[in-house]
Write a protein that binds this ligand. Structure first.
Ligand code: ZN
Length: 84
């Protein structure tokens, strides 16, 4: 096969595959880079709802006439209903 130039280090190498873009030395590094790129796209951090402190939660629960435990249980029930 025709020698190619590595996209990472610029070295000339003998490709073992038509689609090969990197020399043997860079292959593993290139794979890691691509994986990191892919993962960054794939696993985008979800926008989190602003954190409420326990104190705020307790206050919210009290405003609804519930204890904090009841409030959390209700939230869990809502969450379960949505996901099922
Ligand atoms: Zn290389």
């Amino acid at each position: 096969m025709k020698p190619k130039i590595c996209k990472l280090c610029g070295k000339t190498y003998e490709p073992t595959n038509k689609r090969q873009l990197y020399c043997l030395d860079c292959r593993e590094q290139a794979r890691k880079m691509h994986r990191a790129e892919y993962n960054a796209k794939r696993y985008k951090p979800k926008p989190r709802e602003p954190k409420t402190t326990l104190d705020e939660k307790v206050r919210k629960a009290r405003a609804l006439g519930m204890s904090y435990g009841q409030y959390q249980a209700q939230k869990l029930m809502e969450y379960a209903r949505v996901t099922i």
